[in-house]
Design a binder for this molecule. Structure first.
Ligand SMILES: NC(=O)c1ccc[n+]([C@@H]2O[C@H](COP(=O)([O-])OP(=O)(O)OC[C@H]3O[C@@H](n4cnc5c(N)ncnc54)[C@H](OP(=O)(O)O)[C@@H]3O)[C@@H](O)[C@H]2O)c1
Length: 276
């Protein structure tokens, strides 16, 4: 694998417009307010996906980004998984579906291109030469700048070995196991930027009594997963190690609460601003 210059991500903390932000459980205006609050405090990385609320989350991020200079933010979205309402997620990594997905995402985001296009969990067999050819065309047309892949396990090895990916999005919690974490360290040393997810642990947070409508989303996730929650680190401290320990270039987290947003920024930056 060639070693290249790793893409610079403009903030160590990223805000994920996902989960409840793709549902009516939180108002659009509140999503926009949180994105603006994050931006004002120095968060520059914003992640979303067409699978989050069947495009609703992308539309909200697009709304929030109006009035923010395009070059002031690093925006990622994904392709390959889609959702329709409450239906199960549908996967399609065919070149035609990926192109269609990217075009629809750009429309919802109201952007000419995103900084990162993340393939949303493809298996190695879905990474076909035809797909890469189509992606090269999309990249050349300005639809995205950097190609990324989201995954959790060994399937990432084959993807990374293709030399095509500039970003890997993967869990960074310590319970992911040494092999998974070593993979991320190795990817970084080869010039691939790592966007960390699930800093506190995989699976739903422990059940707690909902204190807001948006908390119903977490409750539903816990019930749907069926299993109890696995080991977890406390937030916001969980966000610190992946970036300070050099495992990730940026750690992503979503929240529906302003006090959590500020605590996350404080934790990662050591003060109240997540300096770009
Ligand atoms: N590529 C993929 O397949 C994939 C998969 C998962 C996630 N992602 C991306 O990664 C982002 C992060 O996802 P994640 O799974 O790591 O976690 P998450 O979905 O961001 O969940 C974080 C949870 O922690 C809570 N929280 C946030 N800050 C907190 C704080 N300071 N104190 C206590 N609780 C806090 C939030 O609830 P409150 O609303 O109460 O704060 C939320 O329920 C997503 O937003 C998405 O953009 C990508």
């Amino acid at each position: 694998m060639n070693t290249r210059q790793r893409a610079l991500l403009p903030s160590a903390l990223g805000f994920g417009v996902s989960g409840p932000h793709g549902t009516p459980l939180i108002r659009r205006a509140d999503t926009v307010r949180l994105v603006h609050g994050a931006f004002d405090a120095g968060v520059r990385v914003f992640d979303t996906a067409p699978a989050y609320g069947a495009g609703e989350a992308e539309g909200r991020l697009g709304l929030a980004l109006r009035g923010i200079a395009r070059d002031a933010v690093f925006v990622t979205t994904k392709a390959g998984l889609s959702s329709a309402g409450l239906k199960r997620r549908l996967r399609d990594f065919s070149p035609r579906a990926i192109e269609r997905s990217v075009r629809a995402s750009l429309e919802r985001l109201d952007l000419e291109g995103v900084d990162g296009l993340i393939l949303h969990g493809p298996s190695p067999s879905e990474l076909t030469p035809e797909l890469f050819t189509r992606l090269s065309g999309l990249k050349a047309s300005g639809a995205f700048r950097l190609l990324g892949i989201a995954g959790r396990g060994q399937e990432l090895d084959a993807a990374i070995a293709t030399g095509r990916f500039e970003i890997v999005m993967a869990p960074v919690h310590p319970f992911a196991g040494e092999q998974a974490l070593a993979r991320l360290r190795s990817a970084r040393s080869c010039g691939i930027a790592v966007m960390g997810i699930e800093a506190a642990g995989s699976g739903p947070a422990p059940l707690s009594w909902p204190r807001s409508l948006a908390d119903l989303y977490k409750l539903a996730q816990s019930i749907r997963s069926g299993s109890g929650s696995g080991p977890r680190l406390a937030m916001p401290g969980a966000l610190v190690d992946p970036v300070q320990g050099g495992l990730a270039d940026c750690v992503l987290v979503t929240t529906t609460r302003e006090n959590h947003l500020l605590a996350n920024i404080q934790a990662v930056s050591g003060h109240g601003r997540c300096a770009p």
